[in-house]
Design a protein around this ligand. Sequence first.
Ligand code: ARG
Length: 633
Amino acid sequence: QASFDNLAQQFQHLPLLDRYPNSFPDINPVDVYRSHITSILHDITGVDPSIIYPALQWTATLDKGDLMLAIPALRVKGKPDELGKQWLEKWPESPLVEKPIQSGPFLPFFFKAGPLSKTVIPMVLDRKDTFGENKSLGLRDMNDPSKGQQRIIVEFSSPNIAKPFHAGHLRSTIIGGFLANLYRAVGWDVISINYLGDWGKQYGVLAYGFGKYGSEEELVKDPINHLFHVYVKVSKDVAEEKEQAEKLKAEGKEEEAQKLLDEGTDEKARSYFKKMTEGDEEALALWKRFRDYSIERYKKTYARLNIHFDEYSGESKVSEDEMQEAAAKLKEMGLAHDDKGALLIDFTQAVPGKEGKSLGKAILRKRDGTALYLTRDISELLARHEKYKFDKMVYVIASEQDLHVKQFFKIVSLMGQKEIADKCQHVNFGLILGMSTRKGTVKFLDDILRDVGDHMHDVMKTNEDKYSQVEDPAKVSDLLGISSVMVQDMTGKRINNYTFDLARMTSFEGDTGPYLQYAHARLCSITRKAGLTDEEIAGADLSLLTEDMAINLVRVISQWPDVVQNVLKTLEPTTVLTYLFKLTHTLSTSYNHLRIVGSEAEVMKARMALYSAARVVLHNGMSLLGLSPVERM
Ligand code: ARG
C-alpha cells in the first residue's frame, strides 16, 4: 500500500518521481521527497541529478525545514543570492513540498503535511520492525543481489578470564553490540567475535593457585567470581614471597632468597604455563575448564544485553607457529631486529616522518621466546582474514590502546598486507570515571547490572499502584537497570570520558534510559486503552491529522531511516539516542493536544495510527541500541 509505485501512481500526472541511484523511496519516506525535489531542481537548473540528490541535506531542527539545499553545492556559476531568486521564479506548484523561501545561501524545503502523513504512517505500519532497515546497503553490488552481502567482523567485549571485567570491557560490550546490530540492519553479513584474554603466565598463576585455594563446587556455581578470588589470593602469595626474598637479600642471605624464589609460587606458575604452551594435556585440561565455565557464565550475562557472539576466540587460540612465522618474516624484511635476545620493531626507522615517531618502538618477542599481545594481534588479524575473507573488520577497544592498535595495523601493512590492514578500523572510546556502585567497587558486569537493577526495583516500588500491575517486577527492574547503564554510556560521543553516576542514570527526568522506557511503556498503555484493532488503525483517515503537533511528529518519524544511514557514517550510538530523545520530547508535548480518550471515533483512529507509528520507531531505535523496550513499568 505504501510502496513507491503506488505513490508514483498517486501523482502520476507529474513526471517528478524518477528513480535515482542510492535512493530507496519504498522504505525511506524522505527519499520520496529527495527524488521529487531533485527532479524539480534538475528541470530548473539543468544540473545533473547525481549532483543534486546528495546535496539535499537533512536539517538539525524542524524549524529549518525537512530538507535543505546549500545553493553553492550545485556548483552553478553565480552568486547564491541571485541563483536562488532565479530558480524560485521558475518553481512549479508541487503536491508534495511547499515553495521554499530562500534563507541566505540556503533553500529550505518543507514537506506538505497531508501527503507526508499518507506516505509515512502507512509505510511504518506496514514495515513494522523493519522500518529503518535497508538491507541493500550491505550488498556487494546494489544492483545485483546475487553477488551476495559484504562481510564484517565486529570484535568486541574481550574481557580477561580471572580478572575484573572493567569499564573498558563494559563500553566495548555496549558499543560493539550496537555496531553488530547496526551492520545487520543494513544488510551486512556480521560475524561477532569475543577475543578473550585467556592466555599468558597469569593462567599458570591461576591454575597453580586453584590447587591451593580453589573449590570445585564454587567453580561450577560462580566461576567468574571464584576464579577472580583465587587469583587475588595467589597473587598475594607471589607478592609476599618477593617481598620476603628482598628482605633476605638485604640481610645478605642471597642463597636463602634464591631458594625461596626457585621453589616459590611465581616459579611454579611459570613452569605450569610453560607446560601449557608445550601442549601438556593435564595442564591444558584445567585451564580449558576455567575458560569454558567462564564463557558459559558470560553467555548468560550477554544474553541479558541481547548480545550473542558467533565466535569465542582469544589470545590462546592464536597459533604459536604462525606467530613465529610472522616474527621471522618481519626480521627477514629488515623491519624487526634482535635486541638483547628479544625481537624489536623500531617504527622510527621502519616508517618515515612523524608517523614513525608517534609509533615508537615495540617488542614482538620476549627474550624467553614467548610472543606478546602485539604479536598475537598481528597473527590473529591475518588468520581471521584467511578464515573469513572479510570486507571490513571493526575492533571496539578503549582509546587507551590507540597506540597498540595503530602499531599492529601498521605492522600488518608493512608486511605487505596493506589491503587487509586497510579493511580494519579501530572504533575507540574514552574512560568511565568513578565506576563504583552502592556495594563497593565493581568487579564484574553482573555486579553492575544487579546493583543498578536493584536500585530501579526500589524506585518502582515507590509507586504502589503501578507496581502492582507489573507482571514480573524483578524482570522489568532488571531491564530498566540495563537501560540506565547503556543509555548513560551511549549519551556522549564515544571518545568522551564520563562519570558513572547511579542517581543520574536511573532518573526519570532528563535524557536517561528509564525516560526512554517510560515513553515506550506510555505508548503501549495508550494503545491498550484505545483498544482498536490493527484493521481499524490501518483504515484511519490520516487527513484528520491537522494539528501542528501531529504534523511535527510525523516529520520526526519520517527521519528514522535517514538517521540509520547517518549513524553508519558516524558509528556513534549517540546519533541514534539524540534522535530518540527528539522523538520522545516531541511525543511528550503532543499528548495534551492529541488526546485519544474522549475524541471523536475517526479522529481517535487517526491519532492512534500516528502513535502506533511513533511506537514502532521508538521500539526499532531502542532495539538497534540493544535495549529491550518494556510494555509496562
Ligand atoms: N583483553 C584485552 C584487554 O582487556 C582487550 C582485547 C582487545 N582486542 C584486541 N584485539 N587486542 O585489555
